[in-house]
Unconditional design. Structure first.
Length: 303
């Protein structure tokens, strides 16, 4: 919930901050532009399609919402390039946007009320503004370079200090993790988290999960297969709310890559100290890095 004692404002050049705030407002308005059609479609009889496999659902509503958001952004900020989950990269402007029209499509398609619209603006590799909108609950999480907000009020994270009393949100493991890590290893990792944390939940939207950590409604979130459009806005919202976002490369991107480009993450609220989560998550990342390095070594040896 909004905090009565938000974090200290960051020292930001006024011109830069003003630009950031303007882009945040565009992101918020773009998300609101798809609110009504998405709510009308939610819990209706809708057709679904699949992308990579039967676990990767897409609907016509994802595509229509992304087109609406793209049109809105380009109208209000022509100097834009947009990377959308459904439509890929379009435009070549200075401001790079990352758009997930429905993060949590499987929930949306089935009628589970945990999905959102996620939009972020990036300039020179830095997330400068973002919005995550939950249409069902009418919750607008947003951030500029100064602070984070929930429905316009300052937002501040808070977490239970001990992991044995904490609530963790994670999608791990999914079938992809079984293939990559091995079923026994993945289940053992999950088992350790279930045994350690007071509560473990799998709600199904990375963006909204991290936003809930930023709001103090969950203590931690972790993921091992996210894309930039899932988490770009969430990284800024969480950090400005006083939380911590730790990226994991998983061997997929170079060390030192921007947080939002990394496919893995640990997100915690202020006050969290969760050594088991850190150890399990880093172990998953290190194993995957080693596995990829081994494949590259084998390929080089047979070249």
């Amino acid at each position: 919930m909004p905090s009565s004692s938000p974090p200290e404002p960051k020292p930001v050049n006024e011109e830069v901050l003003s630009r950031s705030t303007q882009l945040m407002e565009i992101a918020k308005s773009a998300a609101l532009a798809v609110r009504d059609p998405l709510l009308q479609a939610f819990r209706s009889d809708m057709a679904v399609d699949y992308k990579v496999d039967l676990h990767d659902i897409v609907t016509i509503h994802d595509k229509r919402a992304e087109a609406t958001i793209r049109t809105f952004i380009l109208k209000h900020e022509p100097n834009s390039a947009i990377m959308g989950e459904e439509g890929g990269q379009t435009g070549n402007g200075e401001i790079q946007w990352y758009v997930d029209p429905i993060d949590g499509t499987a929930n949306f398609a089935r009628g589970l009320a945990f999905w959102c619209v996620s939009i972020a603006a990036v300039i020179e590799g830095e997330v400068v503004a973002g919005a995550i909108y939950d249409p069902v609950a009418d919750l607008m999480f947003a951030a500029d370079l100064k602070a984070s907000y929930l429905n316009g009020a300052p937002l501040h994270s808070r977490s239970t200090g001990e992991e044995t009393r904490a609530t963790l949100i994670t999608g791990y493991p999914v079938s992809r993790d079984f293939r990559v890590d091995g079923r026994d290893v993945a289940l053992a990792n999950l088992g350790e988290l279930v045994e350690t944390f007071s509560t473990v939940r799998r709600p199904g939207s990375a963006a909204l999960s991290v936003a809930h950590v930023a709001a103090g409604w969950a203590d931690a979130a972790a993921g091992f297969g996210v894309n930039a459009w899932d988490v770009a806005a969430a990284t800024l919202i969480l950090k400005n709310a006083g939380g911590r976002y730790e990226p994991l490369t998983l061997g997929k991107v170079a060390e030192g890559s921007a947080d939002f480009l990394c496919p893995g993450y640990i997100a915690t609220g202020e006050g969290a100290n969760y050594p088991t989560l850190a150890r399990v998550a880093n172990s998953i990342s290190e194993r995957r890095i080693a596995k990829i390095a081994g494949r590259r070594s084998d390929s080089a040896a047979h070249a």
